[in-house]
Design a protein around this ligand. Structure first.
Ligand code: TXA
Ligand code: MG
Length: 319
């Protein structure tokens, strides 16, 4: 434990000096900088290669800090914060006027989250300031769920990596907008159970995102590995069948018992376990420089919504 504390102290010192730290969270690793240091925030955009039009999530160590960022916290959001924070839920609020528009990408809303990972909470507490933290990958690349994934993204960069083991959720947080006078809206699905959110909120979550709410960064192609990714259903005959005998083709399976000659990762047919290992499967197979990766399409149903969403963005569109 003393070892961990020293690591956290070192990471906190790095952040306080304006540096960047790869911070483990329960969803994915974040590329963290102090939210109140403009040069450090600018360095986050630079290191990721991320356009300045794509806003950052502000990470807090406790819900009580939200009032320093949000101008108006509707009662429904207070219930959600009480129930789901710390945890994989990001809430988008009306921003206070003093919140840096570099963080919000010029918008008058701000995204807030309290991560549940103990090292993330210790780190934010040790720093004593909120941290911005986009996923610790280069722009349009796969989010990291282990310290090793971060190394493959940023080798050679001046970045301290705090190793907190594999992320327990494995997909990015669920993002909901909680704007005054509006219904709750789903801006990005995550592994949080929306049925449970609706019970706590006492109202339904809308899937509809009007033009007045911009959600930059949710590109059609995102989360993509270098290797071409194709989807298939084991129940349907198709081009995938010819590839079963090709040892240079990789497979990510969702429960079906097929046995290809190439490297195959069985993620199983249970959504939470699948989500935890999905990005790692992409990193593992991508490293093997295969001709193609076939991904078995997951079932319909709410538990698979976030996984289907990431797959839609990772699968190469047909020519
Ligand atoms: O699980 C997560 O949320 C991870 C960990 C590290 O916390 N972070 C993460 O950050 O996924 P990032 O930057 O990769 O994705 C954040 C997304 C942006 O692409 C954008 O769509 C949305 O959050 N976002 C941030 N601020 C927003 C705002 N004010 N309004 C609407 N969407 C916003
Ligand atoms: Mg990201």
């Amino acid at each position: 434990m003393a070892h961990v504390t020293r690591q956290v102290e070192e990471a906190a010192a790095r952040l306080n000096a304006g540096g960047l730290v790869a911070m483990p969270t329960e969803t994915v690793y974040g590329l963290a900088a102090r939210a109140d240091l403009p040069e450090a925030v600018a360095q986050v955009f630079r290191m990721k290669g991320r356009p300045s039009t794509n806003p950052l999530i502000v990470h807090l160590s406790d819900a009580s800090e939200a009032t320093a960022w949000a101008a108006d916290i509707p009662d429904i959001a207070k219930h959600l914060m009480q129930h789901f924070w710390p945890g994989p839920l990001t809430l988008v609020f009306q921003a206070r006027p003093e919140v840096s528009r570099h963080i919000t990408a010029g918008q008058d809303t701000v995204a807030l989250r309290v991560p549940a990972h103990s090292l993330a909470r210790q780190l934010i507490q040790a720093v004593g300031h909120a941290l911005v933290a986009p996923s610790a990958n280069r722009y349009m690349s796969v989010s990291p769920t282990t310290a090793e994934h971060v190394v493959t993204q940023f080798s050679g960069e001046d970045l301290l990596i705090l190793d907190g083991g594999p992320s327990s959720v494995g997909l990015e947080s669920t993002i909901l907008s909680a704007l005054p006078g509006d219904t709750l809206r789903l801006l990005r699905p995550g592994m949080l159970d929306l049925a449970a959110v609706e019970v706590i909120a006492g109202e339904s979550v809308s899937d509809d995102v009007p033009d007045t709410i911009r959600v930059p960064g949710q590109h059609r192609r995102h989360y993509a590995p270098h290797t071409r990714l194709c989807g298939f259903s084991a129940a349907d005959a198709g081009a995938w069948q010819q590839d079963l005998a090709d040892s240079q083709i990789g497979w990510i399976l969702c429960g079906s018992p097929i046995a290809p000659d190439g490297p195959a990762i069985q993620l199983g047919a249970e959504a939470d376990a699948y989500a935890r290992r999905f990005y790692d499967a992409l990193y593992q197979l991508d490293a093997r420089k295969l001709k193609r990766i076939w991904v078995e399409r997951p079932p319909e149903g709410a538990r698979w919504q976030a996984i289907r969403n990431r797959l839609e963005r990772a699968i190469t569109p047909p020519d």
